[in-house]
Design a protein around this ligand. Structure first.
Ligand SMILES: Cc1ncc(COP(=O)(O)O)c(C=O)c1O
Length: 385
């Protein structure tokens, strides 16, 4: 009875919150009117689903269910025979292609084994003598976790009420000890986009004091990525490090390819410390080259994510949850039970999702998979809530 009542109350509260979204397009408006996070997202309070053999829909790591593209797979298979050789200079073709795509020179590009490689190496290079990192809360924590584990501190700045980076508060938080500012846009785990003009002005304003790292892992899932990137600031000479990955739109998460775009001095800074090209595999590089040329596959991914995200968003709203409008391949939504319990219950029924405790509230995050997977997610969500 109590459970029944509390569920009804929760449904009512969530429906009210969801009501504030009425009239907003799911895909192109921020979630105005929803309660802001207060910013106490602990470094530890996120919950992976238990590893269960019977997981039928793996919707926990923002992976691309359609990748890698067939052309990438063919290139990988063909290149396997060249696996006796180190990558060395054969990465030049990729650096040149990426430079052209990003409007910079190959000297501005550093390839890596996924963007985690870049996030961690930048944290090592800049924070090995301590200092602090300024970043939003909640946001992606890879760089922050590495930095804090080697002695830096984290200055966490809550997102604004519409889930954008609070650039004014971030600028005020920068002090003489700040080694790097980290921005994730679109942001994980909220799925939201910060206004690009404000973000660029912020980068221009603060990068004379501290480098700004802009993690654009989900950028290429947008319809208009060129209009939302900060990468142009690199060729304008600002101290900005932009990071991209082949794990999302290219569906190559397990193949590990990413890159950073930055001033040659920043690239030298990393290369002095580690030899990033030694982490690259001949096969992954060949797959990434083929995938970069396969715009048909990229468009397929982008379109299907949009369709399946819209389906899932509406289904969550119908279920009385109040999902946050997302620009990415995942959706964050408040839940009525501790996030650990939620991920476990979902996993028991074969659906892998992530859970977060943010500002003392529990949230679930579901990655966008195939339509069948999303239908399974929705029915399982309805069964466990
Ligand atoms: C914002 C963000 N940056 C970086 C990564 C890491 O991606 P990669 O597979 O390139 O290491 C992720 C992975 O989910 C992410 O969400």
């Amino acid at each position: 009875m109590t459970n029944h009542l509390s569920r009804r109350n929760w449904l009512r509260t969530s429906a009210l919150a969801a009501g504030s979204l009425v009239g907003l397009s799911v895909l192109d408006k921020p979630a105005f009117g929803m309660k802001p996070f207060k910013g106490s997202y602990s470094l530890r309070e996120d919950f992976f689903p238990p590893v269960a053999n019977e997981i039928k829909a793996r919707l926990s790591a923002n992976e691309n269910p359609w990748g890698p593209s067939k052309k990438a797979i063919a290139a990988i298979v063909e290149s396997a025979a060249k696996g006796n050789r180190y990558v060395y200079n054969s990465s030049r073709e990729m650096e040149e292609l990426l430079a052209k795509k990003e409007g910079v020179t190959p000297e501005n590009i550093l390839l890596s084994a996924g963007s985690t490689d870049i996030l961690e190496k930048v944290a090592f290079a800049l924070c090995m003598k301590g200092g602090n990192v300024v970043s939003a809360d909640p946001s992606y924590l890879s760089l922050v976790k590495t930095a804090t584990s080697i002695g830096a501190t984290w200055k966490n700045i809550p997102l604004t009420s519409d889930y954008a980076h609070d650039v004014d508060a971030m600028a005020s938080a920068i002090d003489g000890e700040t080694k790097i500012v980290y921005i994730c846009n679109p942001n994980n785990p909220t799925g939201t986009l910060s206004p690009i003009d404000k973000l660029k002005n912020f980068c221009k304003q603060v990068s004379s004091k501290t480098p700004v790292f802009v993690d654009e892992a989900y950028l290429e899932l947008l319809d208009n990525p060129e209009s939302q990137t900060t990468v142009g600031l690199v060729s304008e000479g600002y101290d900005i490090i932009v990071c991209r990955t082949f794990s999302k739109i290219h569906g190559m998460a397990g193949l590990r390819v990413g890159y950073m775009v930055a001033n040659p001095e920043r690239i030298k800074m990393i290369k002095k410390l580690v030899r990033t090209e030694m982490a690259l595999s001949v096969t992954s590089l060949a797959g990434a080259l083929a995938s970069l040329a396969d715009t048909e596959f990229q468009n397929f991914t982008r379109n299907n994510i949009k369709i399946n995200r819209e389906f899932t968003f509406k289904a969550l709203q119908k279920a009385g949850a109040a999902p946050i409008p997302s620009y990415t391949n995942f959706i964050l939504f408040p839940i009525q039970m501790p996030s650990k319990e939620f991920t476990e219950k979902m996993a028991e029924k074969g659906v892998g999702v992530r859970g977060f405790e943010i500002s003392g509230k529990s949230y679930g995050r579901v990655s966008i998979g195939t339509l069948d997977e999303m239908k399974l997610f929705v029915s399982t969500f309805n069964a466990v809530s």
